[in-house]
Design a protein around this ligand. Structure first.
Ligand SMILES: Nc1nc2c(c(=O)[nH]1)N[C@H]1C(S)=C(S)[C@@H](COP(=O)(O)O)O[C@H]1N2
Ligand SMILES: [Mo]
Length: 263
């Protein structure tokens, strides 16, 4: 155990250098150090996996993201990405103020369930004031209210083979392809069960605005903004991410962003 601690310190120093210069051989060596294997993989994938494992070691499963006081909220949550989805199913729900909305929780669970907005609002709630960091270079402090995702996971009873939580969204993006591409995201079960991971229906003491993902968006406070899916249609428990999109675990990941976007 003590040997592991010593090695870990040395490893973290080396990892910092490897992350900034990205020598492939160095990455493979470190990868082998961690996993005991020595597979040769694409540089980016190695770097991403490395970031994930290094951050997991550094911050631990339960470390909380910083929380702020009300006086630190300077403005409304700045809307970004999709801000007013025009997909038919979404527009219909929005027209009736989401009265007919139901959040489906399905996939690798013993008891698939669906929840109305009222049901979600009546479950034990959590409120937190946190900073949202977007990869585009801005941050925003806001107060979020919602139901801890862990609560829903307990209710549906996650099967042991499940490893990921996949968020399917109502909105899609036009990325220059003939068809639009649906927004989706995924996190592991450590983040899914983290106490600050909530399905938010409120922001800054008001119902979550359409621009910020109404009726439900997820907060994953230890990662970057693009992980926090807005306009959630359903939540699926899965053992692999390959069936979704182009298989990299999220809309932006399919275009090369890191799957683990730890801050
Ligand atoms: N469904 C969906 N979720 C999304 C996006 C999106 O375009 N569609 N954009 C992401 C990005 S890049 C950011 S920074 C945040 C923005 O959340 P906000 O509009 O509440 O600031 O949502 C994330 N979740
Ligand atoms: Mo973002």
């Amino acid at each position: 155990m003590s040997r592991f601690r010593l090695d870990r310190r040395r490893f973290l120093t080396t990892a910092g250098i490897a992350a900034s210069t990205l020598p492939l051989a160095g990455c493979d060596a470190l990868d082998g150090f961690l996993s005991g294997g020595s597979s040769v993989r694409a540089g980016l994938a190695v770097a991403n996996g490395l970031t994930y494992r290094v951050q997991r070691m550094l911050i631990g499963a339960d470390a909380l993201a910083p929380e702020f006081s009300s006086s630190e909220i300077r403005q409304g949550q700045r809307p970004n990405g999709s801000t007013d989805p025009n997909e038919e199913a979404y527009v219909a729900l929005k027209t009736s103020n989401f009265a007919d909305y139901r959040l489906q929780v399905h996939g690798l669970v013993e008891q698939p369930k669906s929840y109305s907005l009222d049901e979600l609002r009546n479950m034990p709630a959590r409120t937190q004031i946190t900073r949202h960091d977007c990869v585009e270079g801005w941050s925003c402090i806001a107060k979020w209210s919602g139901v801890p995702l862990s609560r829903l996971l307990d209710e549906v009873k996650v099967k042991p083979e499940a490893r990921f939580v996949v968020f399917h969204c109502f909105d899609s993006m036009n990325v220059g392809l003939p068809d639009t591409v649906g927004y989706y995201e995924s996190i592991d079960l450590i983040d899914a069960r983290h106490p600050q991971t909530i399905l938010a229906y409120g922001c800054n003491d008001a119902p979550l605005a359409v621009a910020n993902g109404a009726p439900i968006r997820v907060r994953v406070e230890r990662q970057l903004g693009y992980k926090m899916a807005k306009y959630i249609r359903s939540i699926e428990l899965a053992s692999t991410l390959s069936p979704y999109g182009r298989g990299k675990g999220g809309f932006w990941e399919d275009f090369g962003y890191d799957w683990y976007a730890g801050i």
